[in-house]
Each structure stands twice: as structure tokens, then as C-alpha cells.
Write a protein that binds this ligand. Structure first.
Ligand SMILES: [Cu+2]
Length: 289
């Protein structure tokens, strides 16, 4: 009789292990596709839309292996840095990736990494390696959205939430039209859920271009959130805001943000499976009448 609950426990552990590993197998979020036609000319459609490497930028957690897949009919390279850099290719350089072939590189540390194709220097992309999420170095549960201001400033927000009973944490990043992180960006952030304000900061400032905003209270539901970011200019917070440069007073909206199927959903599923196993173990443990 005693062996059955123990057997069930091992079964449960095995299931939890499988659920924990499963997102890594189904994950395609770490793949960058080299678009067909990217090598044809500097006027290729993907050059205009900045996605000859797609998606661009790609956002991953530290420790993630990124795969570039050549979907074009000609060879390309994936070379670190910008074409104008003296040390281009010092972090990684794929050499020629033939049609249909792949190149892989693991990004150990957080940061923004530029890369380009040495054969077709108009092809450029970026890998943004963000801070590891609480659930480990796996971004399958993260939702990342980007919006652009009138001057080309790209604002990206990334969150694993919303989760009922937990604070909401949002990573925010600001990149200029040439793909460089904007230093000393001043901004305001406002997050609402079910019509209530759950996070508000009118004096956001980031020295590096990357920032994290966390709600001071726990969320009371897992309903979608709406995020508004207002650009307030670039400059040190210690000087007169009138001297700040860049776009001021422009608001970018990110609406109806829901968590993707990821670690959170896996945990919920694991709990459901656990309840089932415990139930089976109990009913088997009770002597039959
Ligand atoms: Cu190329």
C-alpha cells in the first residue's frame, strides 16, 4: 500500500520535470530568419523596414542561444558590431552561411548587440539581451512590444505579467533611430488594469536606456494591462527640464497586454496535474468496500 503514493510522487516529479523542460523544445522565439531578397540590393524592401534579419530586434534572456537561419538564396554572414566598427566581428562572426544553413551564438551577458552582414552591409540587426526573468533564463513567458515616436525613438516594453497576487514588473528600453540606446531619457509610465491604475511614475529616468518599473502593490487579477509611456525629453534630471532635448510630451500606448503561454501557464498546469495525482493516490489508498 505504501509504495503507491511514493510511485505517484515520482510520477508527479517526472511530470513537473517534463513541464519545466517542454517550453524549451517548442520554442522558436530564439530564431532570427534571414529574409529572402535581403542580399539583392540596398533598396530591398526589408532594408526599408529594418527586418532583413527578422525579428529585429530580437529580445532574449542572458544564456540564450540564438539561431540565425538563412532563408535567402545567396550566402550571408552574421558578424558582431556595426559595419563602421574597428572591432567588428570580435564577439562573433559566422563566416558565409550558405542558403538554408544556420549559425548559432549564445549570449551570456545582458546588453544590446549589433550585427550585420559583411557581404551586404545594408543588412543590420540587433540582439537585446535583457535581465533574466524570475523563472530562469527563458523568455517564452515574456511579452515584448515596441512602438516608435515621431522622431524614430523606439520604446520597447517587456513583461512576464500580469499575474494575480504578484507585483507587475515591466522592462522599458529606449533606442534611437540609429539603433543606439538613448542615455538620460526622461519618461512617464502609467499602467492600468480593469480601469484601475496599478503602476504610475511621472519622473522615470534611465541613464543607460534600459529601466525596470515595478508596481508597489500586488495585482488583484490576471486581466490584460494597458501601458502608456510618455517621452519627456533627454537630459540629466539635475538640470532644468527646459534644456532637455528630443521629443517631449509624446505618448505611446501598448494595449491589452496578456501573458503568453510560458512558465506561468506551465506552473498552473503542473498544479492541476498535481491535484489529479494526489486525488488518484488518495482514492487508491482507501480500502475498497
Ligand atoms: Cu548578406
Amino acid at each position: 500500500m505504501k509504495s503507491k503514493p511514493i510511485g505517484a510522487l515520482f510520477g508527479l516529479l517526472a511530470l513537473v520535470a517534463i513541464l519545466g523542460v517542454a517550453p524549451a523544445f517548442g520554442q522558436t522565439a530564439n530564431e532570427v530568419d534571414i529574409q529572402a531578397g535581403a542580399g539583392s540590393s540596398a533598396n530591398a524592401a526589408c532594408v526599408t523596414t529594418s527586418n532583413c534579419f527578422s525579428p529585429n530586434p530580437i529580445t532574449v534572456a542572458p544564456g540564450t542561444e540564438v539561431t540565425w537561419k538563412n532563408g535567402d538564396t545567396v550566402s550571408h554572414t552574421v558578424t558582431s558590431g556595426k559595419v563602421s566598427d574597428d572591432n567588428a566581428g570580435s564577439l562573433f562572426d559566422s563566416g558565409l552561411i550558405k542558403k538554408g544553413a544556420e549559425f548559432k551564438f549564445t549570449f551570456a551577458n545582458a546588453g544590446t548587440f549589433n550585427f550585420f552582414c559583411t557581404v551586404h552591409p545594408w543588412m543590420a540587426g540587433q540582439v537585446i539581451v535583457g535581465a533574466a526573468s524570475a523563472g530562469g533564463n527563458n523568455t517564452s513567458g515574456m511579452t515584448t512590444l515596441t512602438a516608435k515616436a515621431s522622431d524614430g525613438t523606439a520604446v520597447a516594453i517587456s513583461t512576464s505579467g500580469p499575474v494575480n497576487g504578484q507585483p507587475l514588473s515591466i522592462d522599458v528600453s529606449f533606442t534611437d533611430a540609429s539603433g543606439n540606446k538613448i542615455h538620460h531619457q526622461n519618461y512617464a509610465i502609467s499602467v492600468t488594469q480593469d480601469g484601475n491604475n496599478v503602476l504610475s511614475n511621472s519622473a522615470g529616468h534611465t541613464h543607460t536606456g534600459d529601466d525596470t518599473q515595478t508596481s508597489s502593490t500586488n495585482l488583484s487579477s490576471a486581466d490584460p494591462i494597458d501601458v502608456q509611456i510618455t517621452l519627456n525629453g533627454i537630459g540629466l534630471p539635475t538640470v532644468d527640464p527646459a534644456t532637455w532635448t528630443g521629443v517631449k510630451g509624446e505618448t505611446l500606448s501598448f494595449t491589452h497586454i496578456v501573458p503568453e503561454f510560458g512558465p506561468v501557464a506551465s506552473i498552473v498546469l503542473a498544479i492541476a496535474v498535481m491535484s489529479m495525482v494526489v486525488f488518484v493516490a488518495k482514492t487508491r489508498g482507501i480500502p475498497k468496500f
